[in-house]
Every structure is written in C-alpha cells, then in structure tokens.
Design a protein around this ligand. Structure first.
Ligand code: FAD
Length: 512
C-alpha cells in the first residue's frame, strides 16, 4: 500500500493482464470512451488464453442461435443450478444474463466473429447440452494484424520452443487474442504496454486510484481514474504460493506460459484487505510428462488405460480432463500415473497432447517406456507384475463385452466424443491392449491455471473481509475465485466467465 504522489501516466481504466478476459474488458472500456491501458508483464500478449482452444462457454447467445442447436439461457441456468447449487447464485445469474450481451457487443465489431463448435458439456446433469454450447472465434488471417502480430503469444508448442507464429492464419486462442487486440486498438482509446509488471496498488482516501509497476525503465505509477481491473491469471506459476495454499500439482507442470502467472496482483489486493476464496483450486488436467520435466495438457483418450503405482486403474480414462485431474489428486499413488497403451496407434499416444513430442524423444528421456510384454513393462515401471497383467486382462474382458464394469467408460456423450470407432469393438471407448510392443507414458497432475483468488461480487468488484467492495478495484478470470467453485461445467467456462466478469467490471466503472 502506498499514498499517491506524482503519476507517470494517467488513464481512466488500467487493465492488468492481457488474456481473453482482460482484452474483453479493455475493449469494452475503450469503446465506452474511456482511455484504457492494458498492462502486461511479459513481452507478449495473451497469456494462457493465447495457448487455449479459445472455446467460450457463453450460453444462450446469438452464436448458438445461428447454429440452431437449441441452447438457451434457461437450460444453462438449469445446468449450472444442478451443478453449483446456490453458493454463487448472484454471480451465476449475472453470468447467465450478461453472456448473450457480451457476445452481441463483441460481434458488433468487424474484427470479431464466432462460430459454434461441437464439444459436450462435462457433466450428466439436467440442462446439459450433449453436443455442447461453447464456440470459438474464426481463424484470423495474420496480415490483418500487421505490425501487431509479433505482440501476440504463439501457441504452446511454438512458444515453449522459442519459435514465432508459423505461416498461415492465427487459430484458436491466438485468433481470439488477435481479434480482441484489433478491436481494442481500433477504438482509438485502447493502449497496450508490455514488459510492465504490476507490483502494487495505489490507494487514495480508501479508494484504489492506480497501480505501481516495474518496467525496463524502472518503477512507474499509473493512474486509473475510474478503476483497476486485474485479470492477470492465477498463481499457478508460483511454487511457494501453491504450497502455502495447498494446490495439488506443481508450478513446473502448469500450462501457463513460463514467467506469467505468479500471483502478484492477488497478493497486492490481499495487502490492502481483499478477501480470497477457493485458494486450493485449479482447472486441472492430466499432463503427459515432457522430457524437460514440464507437462503437456492431455485430453481425448482414444485408447490405453491409466494405472496408479500399484498397477490398478482408478477412474474412467475418458472423463473430462478436470474431473480426471481431480481423480488423480485424490490419492498420492496416482501422481505420477502411467498411461499404458499398445501399438495399434502406431507407437503414438492415443490421446491429444499439447504440446506433443515424438515417441523416440520420450523413450530416450525415460518419460515413456516400451516392452514386448505387459510383464516386462511392469518391471520397467516398477509396478507389481501380477497386478498390471490382471488389470490389462480385466480391461480386455470389458472391451470384448463392451461394458466397463469398474468405471463405466464409454457410457457418457463426452467419452464418445473422442472415441476411435475404427477398432470395431462393441464399445468404441474400450479398445483392447493386445498388440506388442506395449508402452507406458508417465502422467503428472497438470493444470490450466489456478481458479482460487480474490472474492468478487457480480460486478467483479473485489470484496474485503466484511464482503464490502474495495472502491476502484475489480478482478476477473483466474485472478478471482471462480463462480464455478469446484466444478468445471463445460468447455470454455474459464474464458467465458473471464470475459463476462471483465465486461461487467468495466460497465460498472463506466456507470460510476
Ligand atoms: C492448451 C490449453 C487449452 C485451453 N483451452 C481452453 C478453452 O478452449 N476454453 C477455456 O475456457 N479455457 C481453456 N484453457 C484454460 C484457459 O486458457 C485459462 O484458464 C484462461 O485463459 C486464463 O485466463 P486469465 O485471463 O485468467 O489468464 P491468462 O490468459 O493466463 O492471462 C494472464 C496474463 O496476465 C499477465 N500477468 C500476470 N501477472 C501480471 C502482473 N503482475 N502484471 C502484469 N501482467 C501480469 C500474464 O503475463 C498473462 O499474460 C486452456 C488452457 C490451455 C493451456
């Protein structure tokens, strides 16, 4: 905390972070005529949002209407109510009623266009859309960004390898960030400053009036006359902070870009009295361990079985990734787990892995092992031979029968979405393991970001310990405690909710 002195720069709104929520909030503020600055700590815009599949779970909007899929705010309300109960009812309602407005607002700009993409909701609950209700931006031709292109963070495989964007249009998360950047800069009121790490909040008469930041030119103080919106990710990249708050997994295994989300904005708000919630929570996923010790977001298992240190299966491998992550976190002998698979997938992983590395690299580094028999595989893994053999035999029996009597794999529309129907068995999610050589890939508990953070109200206003809003301070995305609590209801909830609460935050600032 500090009292105000001279300002180095002045804006109406300062947005900390540059993911999909931050950029949506900044664009909304700038289009309301407010001079708006996006402050980003790294040299690149987009954070984890740029790595993402860009799915946005914004129910009942004109995009689902165009797709004719029969989605509605009411069915999404039924679904969320069934999953989340009444815990965050006010924020849930704000989310539901504002989602269509955000989409309408965004698509009014010529830079932004979305299309519905099939991807089932994650829970079997009333109001679920089996085909899914989330949508993605259209690919963005790179030349539309011109000089702005190098500012957008590349996809995870290129970024981790230190490579720039490939030839061709920007897709998925890069398209989303690129489109929002075009819209923001097109207002004439929106500015971005990279390489500026927010370190503290400035308070005047009990109101947040600006931020302090570290830049290559030294520390600066930037005024935010209407308010500060912090949409700067969680603290997934901060090992000690994870440990203090009991977040399972590890900073080395998170999917957030290196050096991004280490929680300074959360800590700065706590230092002035902000309350937090859900601090041990994350959006989890299984992560195939990489030769360099990092993890790769892994989903869409088309084959193989996941076993714990005793050589036993412990869950339906086809579960949505956050639910599988929670299963892994539930017992110490499940991290690392091993994905055991056979050669029918050409020696490749029977799943989507972001980023993916060639099998030979994994085998050379020891993150995968290969053997001619299941017994030999067990020996290489150090798991009991008899147990792993029995597990594989039992699973092969289920595959022949078409029924997973242990974990019901293949009974949910989500399981079937990624299924490989080419193997011809009675249940496309139960693919036998019977073609040597056999493989096992080491799987750790990864995450797409922490989702505990600052307590906020339905307008993204940060609350203090008495649940009173701290004037001038707002939070959204993974900087705030998620309205979805301990659930990941469907594809695109992290990004969709970050967009809605950022939008509501700046509308609240504009109205004051
Ligand atoms: C491969 C992959 C696919 C995914 N697909 C989807 C999907 O399709 N749909 C979906 O909803 N979610 C998806 N996710 C999850 C989702 O991308 C993230 O949970 C979400 O984007 C987080 O948004 P955010 O705005 O909170 O943080 P981010 O997008 O990570 O942005 C935070 C930004 O704030 C900056 N920052 C941090 N601290 C400071 C500071 N002190 N000062 C200034 N700047 C700071 C960071 O550098 C970063 O650029 C996916 C994740 C991955 C890895």
């Amino acid at each position: 905390m500090t009292s105000a002195g001279l300002w180095d720069d002045e804006y109406d709104v300062v947005v900390v972070g540059s993911g999909a929520g931050a950029m949506t909030g900044a664009f909304a503020a700038a289009s309301d005529g407010l001079r708006t600055l996006v402050l980003e700590k790294t040299p690149l815009l987009g954070g984890t949002s740029a790595y993402s599949g860009s799915a946005a779970w914004l129910p009942g909007s004109q995009v689902q209407e165009r797709a004719g899929i029969g989605d509605s705010t009411e069915s999404a309300r039924t679904y969320l109510r069934a999953l989340l109960g009444e815990d965050t009812a006010r924020r849930r309602e704000a989310f539901l009623t504002t989602a269509p407005e955000v989409v309408e607002f965004l698509e009014r700009d010529p830079a932004i266009e979305f299309e519905w993409r099939a991807f089932p909701d994650y829970f079997d609950a009333p109001g679920r859309m089996d085909a899914g209700r989330s949508f993605v931006p259209l690919d963005l031709p790179a030349d539309r960004l011109g000089d702005l292109l190098p500012l957008v963070r590349p996809s995870v495989d290129r970024d981790r390898a230190g490579q720039p964007h490939p030839e061709g249009p920007l897709t998925a998360g890069r398209a989303l960030i690129g489109r929002l950047l075009l819209a923001l800069t097109g207002t004439g009121n929106g500015f971005v400053r990279t390489g500026a790490r927010m370190t503290g909040l400035v308070i005047e008469d009990g109101r947040v009036t600006g931020v302090e930041a570290e830049t290559s030119q030294g520390p600066v103080r930037i005024r935010a006359a209407r308010g500060v919106l912090m949409a700067a990710g969680g603290f997934e990249g901060n090992g000690p902070m994870r440990e203090r708050n009991g977040v399972p997994g590890a900073a080395a295994w998170t999917m957030a870009p290196r050096g991004t989300n280490t929680g300074e904005p959360i800590e700065a708000a706590v230092a002035i009295g902000a309350a937090t919630d859900l601090m041990d929570q994350a959006w989890w996923c299984p992560g195939v361990e990489q030769p360099d010790g990092a993890a790769a977001f892994t989903l869409g298992f088309r084959g193989g079985i996941m076993v714990d240190a005793s050589g036993r299966r412990f869950a339906n491998e086809s579960l949505p990734y956050d639910r599988m992550g929670r299963e892994m976190a539930a017992a110490a002998d499940r991290v690392p787990a091993h994905l055991v698979f056979d050669s029918r997938f050409g020696g490749g992983l029977p799943a989507i892995s972001l980023p993916g590395r060639p099998a030979e690299e994994h085998l050379a580094s020891g993150t995968w092992v290969r053997a001619e028999t299941v017994e030999e595989l067990a020996e290489l893994l150090g798991v009991p031979k008899e147990t792993l053999t029995a597990t594989v035999e039992r699973f092969n029996g289920f595959a022949a029968l078409g029924v997973d009597e242990d974990f019901h794999r293949g009974e949910d529309p989500y399981d079937l979405f990624f299924a490989d129907r080419s193997h011809g068995g009675p249940n496309p999610c139960l693919v036998p393991l019977d073609r040597a050589p056999y493989y096992a890939a080491r799987v750790v508990l990864s995450d797409l970001g922490t989702k505990g953070g600052l307590r906020t109200d339905e307008d993204g206003r940060v609350l203090d310990g008495q649940d009173a809003p701290i004037p001038g301070l707002y939070a959204a995305g993974n900087t705030s405690a998620s309205f979805a609590g301990r659930h990941y209801p469907g594809p695109g909830v992290p990004i969709g909710s970050a967009m809605v609460f950022s939008y509501r935050a700046v509308r609240d600032m504009a109205a004051r």
